[in-house]
Design a protein around this ligand. Structure first.
Ligand SMILES: Cc1ncc(C[n+]2csc(CCOP(=O)(O)OP(=O)(O)O)c2C)c(N)n1
Ligand SMILES: [Mg+2]
Length: 533
């Protein structure tokens, strides 16, 4: 057994089943240990994708996601995905395989200081050293899984990987919850909710990591609290719930703001300001914040109270408090939902982006997972897509990097092979990550990859319009649309020009024995109305 075998045995003991990355010679000892030890190495087309895939694995499996890269350019590519796990708070072990110890710091091909690179985007960065491998790994795993979760980077010099590993595999410590909020703070929170006449709960990204997500539903039902969510928290409570108001600060956000401004108390439940800062939308409405750490707000936000501590514990306490008697009527909430959903779908004779998104939703069963990407389509999807369960709506909104959707979908399908998974991305994002189509093919994943082909970096185009800049540098395709090639890397590709054809293609793609690229040629002109309202 060498140190690489010890690392692999420890990662497996932590529940990790695969690792994403791209090798070099320096990575080979670790990859060989993975092969021998039965920890699958998944070759990606780009290290950034390996990072995004590991981020999603971490969210879905409960074990840290694992990504692996070589030194220098491998590490800088990987950093884009590691940053996602950092701002979006996913558990992740990111390993860079380095030169031999005596070469570190010298002017040698590809060398850079990995610790300096990863320090600002990880919870910690460690060098793996002989005699301290087990201890360092145990510490890294405990750290990445503790709240707030986030990536830990490990640097592995090649000579260390190959040296005999005579340490025992360490015990993996059970996850320790953070301290609960003080009883008095929760009592005060309960009183404020009970006294409010028009309270609205806004569920945020910390709630994605609840051990028991059903506590959210218990809280809103107990207090009859209408609830909205941020983009990442969609599905934490089924959006078909009669108290659901939908997503805030995305498409048709003015409509949502109007309702939020009519509240007399906003109750932030696990609201992480990394997705959208409170001052962007809260106005003068008083804020009650219930989260795992003190809220980040400027003086203009009227914070009336905050309860900081383990979110499961806080919600369990709130769900047990006496209910209040607010004045919301079910009819008013239903009318708001109808108005919001109608406004997202302006009528048009053409095949619109919103019609395409609805067609994909119809084709994906309720329990299916969606992984999507960053652009105007993100806003539209976040507002109009009904999400029915936790962990079915996969996006980065803290890091907000293009390129998340396709590797995220691949990782989701690996983590949930029995669930239908669809990837839905913009054409700009597809151009950035289309090499990953070959990865899905190699893994034989039944994965429809729907590209919203609107020929623009539409989100930036909309911003050009709003700011009265001429269009420049935002067109992806200037010539007439031509049908896609028969295949990308052996993956069949089809072009569709109607909602019916798209729905049929996604249904067929879900039943196929490998991925399908479906290019939906859409008219996204309505984004100027819906996305930037
Ligand atoms: C890595 C990265 N580069 C640039 C951006 C800025 N950006 C946000 S959305 C977007 C356009 C995305 O285009 P596309 O995938 O076609 O989606 P659309 O806006 O057309 O729906 C850009 C360039 C980003 N978020 N991430
Ligand atoms: Mg586009």
């Amino acid at each position: 057994m060498n140190n690489a075998d010890l690392i692999v045995a420890t990662l497996k003991a932590a529940g990790i089943r695969n690792g994403f990355g791209i090798p070099s010679g320096n990575v080979l000892p670790l990859m060989e240990a993975m092969r021998r030890g039965g920890l699958d190495f998944v070759l990606t087309a780009h290290e950034g994708s390996a990072g995004f895939a590991a981020d999603v694995s971490g969210r879905l499996t409960g074990a840290p996601g694992l990504c692996i890269a070589t030194l220098g350019p491998g590490a800088t590519n990987l950093a884009t995905g590691v940053g996602s796990a950092f701002l979006d708070r996913s558990p992740m072990i990111a390993i860079t395989c380095n030169l031999n110890t005596d070469q570190l710091g010298r002017r040698i091909q590809m060398w850079i200081d990995h610790h300096a690179l990863f320090r600002p985007i990880t919870k910690a960065t460690f060098r793996l050293e002989p005699g301290k491998i087990a201890e360092t790994l145990a510490q890294a795993i405990a750290l990445t899984l503790s709240e707030p979760r986030g990536p830990v980077h490990l640097d592995l010099p090649e000579d260390v990987a190959l040296a005999p590993g005579n340490e025992p595999v360490p015990a993996i410590a059970p996850r320790k919850p953070i301290a609960p909020a003080p009883e008095a703070a929760m009592a005060r929170a309960g009183e404020l909710i009970a006294a409010a006449k028009r309270p609205i709960a806004v569920i945020g990204a910390s709630a994605m990591r609840l051990a028991d997500p059903s506590l959210l539903r218990k809280v809103v039902e107990r207090h009859r609290l209408p609830f909205a969510t941020t983009t990442m928290a969609k599905g934490m409570i089924d959006e078909d719930h009669p108290l659901a108001l939908g997503c805030i600060e995305r498409a048709r956000r003015q409509l949502q703001r109007r309702l939020l401004h009519s509240a007399d108390l906003i109750v932030g439940l696990g609201y992480d300001t990394v997705e959208v800062e409170y001052e962007a939308w809260i106005g003068d409405v008083p804020l009650l914040q219930i989260d795992i750490e003190p809220v980040d707000i400027p003086g203009s936000v009227k914070l009336v109270h905050q309860a900081t501590g383990d979110l499961d514990a806080s919600l369990a306490r709130l769900a047990a408090r006496p209910p209040g008697s607010n004045t919301w009527s079910a009819a008013a909430l239903a009318a708001h939902r109808r108005e919001f959903q109608a406004a997202l779908r302006p009528p048009a004779a053409s095949f619109t982006a919103h019609a395409a998104i609805d067609a994909v939703r119809r084709a994906l069963p309720r329990e299916g997972l969606l992984s999507f990407d960053v652009g105007a389509h993100t806003h539209q999807i976040a507002s109009q897509w009904p999400a029915h369960a936790p962990q079915t709506f996969l996006i980065t909104n803290g890091w907000s990097s293009m390129g998340f959707g396709l590797p995220g979908a691949i990782a989701a399908k690996l983590a949930r092979p029995d669930h239908p998974v669809v990837c839905l991305i913009g054409d700009g994002c597809f151009q950035m990550t289309c090499g990953e189509v070959a990865v899905a093919k190699r893994l034989r994943l039944a994965l429809p990859i729907v590209v919203l082909d609107d020929r623009w970096l539409a989100l930036i185009k909309v911003k050009q319009i709003r700011r009265q800049f001429p269009f420049y540098g935002t067109a992806l395709q200037e010539e007439e649309y031509r049908e896609p090639p028969a295949h990308y890397f052996g993956v069949p590709a089809v072009g569709v020009r109607s909602a019916e054809a798209l729905e049929a293609a996604v249904t067929a793609g879900l039943a196929a024995d490998g991925p399908t690229v479906i290019e939906a040629v859409v008219d996204s002109e309505h984004y100027i109305e819906t996305v930037y309202d």
